[in-house]
Design a protein around this ligand. Structure first.
Ligand SMILES: [Zn+2]
Length: 130
């Protein structure tokens, strides 16, 4: 009976975050920590990230996590911009290079054996200080 309320008690995070929530939260914390460490004592007004479509990161979740993570830090109130360039992958069977917007990598020849060329990057592209 002691564990009765456990299910609800632990579900304190918004369910909109979905299954990727912890991944994106940890990632957002890393980005914020990296900016804070490199620009100590600086007020940051804008952070621009590049998250490739094949990075396996849900940009909307990062946007949602960002405001929560920056609260009370030097980045509080900073605007987050995320660019999501498409990825490219080369088929190992027929060598064709195709553009992909999600992680379902399937070549026109039917092969699913593809090598990702670009699109799995996560970069801090720009930090604007004010
Ligand atoms: Zn192919």
């Amino acid at each position: 009976m002691a564990t009765h309320s456990h299910t609800h008690g632990d579900a304190h995070r918004d369910t909109r975050w979905g299954v990727f929530a912890l991944h994106e939260l940890a990632l957002t914390e890393s980005v914020v920590a990296a900016v804070s460490e490199r620009l100590p004592g600086t007020r940051v007004v804008r952070v621009r990230l590049e998250i490739g479509k094949l990075a396996g990161v849900v940009a909307d979740s990062v946007r949602f996590c960002f405001d929560v993570v920056v609260a009370g830090t030097e980045l509080a109130g900073a605007r987050l911009e995320i660019m999501e360039p498409a990825g490219e992958a080369r088929c190992r069977q027929c060598a064709a290079v195709s553009e992909f917007n999600d992680l379902i990598l399937l070549c026109g020849c039917g092969s699913a054996d593809l090598e990702v060329l670009t699109g799995n990057q996560l970069l801090i592209k720009e930090v604007e200080v004010g």
